[in-house]
Write a protein that binds this ligand. Structure first.
Ligand code: SF4
Length: 178
């Protein structure tokens, strides 16, 4: 408890504990539309084993998932569906843009392909490559874990802003500069 009697200290510690639990128990929703989906499956299999990071419980319902992995080309017709899937996931939620096509349209610079899913939904981590190597995916997953621990994802920032508080990463930056 703080000197002024408020429970700020406990609230902060509880947030840290909850974030620790969240980052080690992500439930991915695989939104694989093309070749990148195959590479995503390889990353989930035993050789690379995303279970080591607590992210192996794949769910195909947005209501049961908190990590949306978009792997592949998103056509304009599919973009509203992707947005609906994202909206149906409950907060806090994370988004991984898997590969060049999801991140920027890749080699498909044509009118029918969405030139990056971040034009439709907020993305927390981008995985480069065509397709990305599983090692790159795991690196991105670990980077996402760091961001979740710091409360630095889009979803966490939005929740913090609605409560009128700053995420931990901003607080520590402000404390460092003081
Ligand atoms: S980035 Fe490459 S491997 Fe992935 S969906 Fe696009 S073309 Fe296929």
């Amino acid at each position: 408890m703080s000197k002024d009697g408020s429970a700020g200290f406990f609230t902060t510690r509880l947030e840290d504990l909850v974030s620790w639990g969240r980052k080690n128990s992500m439930w991915p929703l695989p939104y694989g539309t093309s070749c990148c989906g195959i590479e995503m499956m390889a990353t989930l299999c035993s050789d690379y084993d995303m279970a080591r990071f607590g992210a192996e419980a794949v769910r195909f319902s947005p209501r049961q998932a908190d990590l949306l992995i978009v792997a592949g080309i998103i056509n304009l017709k599919m973009a509203p569906v992707l947005r609906t899937v994202y909206d149906q996931m409950s907060d806090p939620k994370w988004v991984m843009s898997f590969g060049a096509c999801a991140s920027s349209g890749g080699i498909f610079n044509v009118y029918s392909v969405l030139q990056g899913i971040d034009t439709m939904i907020p993305v927390d981590v981008y995985i480069p490559g065509c397709p990305p190597a599983p090692e790159g995916v795991i690196h991105g997953l670990m980077r996402l874990q760091e961001k979740i621990a710091q409360g630095d994802t889009h979803s966490q920032r939005r929740i913090a802003a609605s409560r009128g508080i700053q995420p931990a990463s901003v607080q520590s930056t402000a404390a460092g500069s003081a």
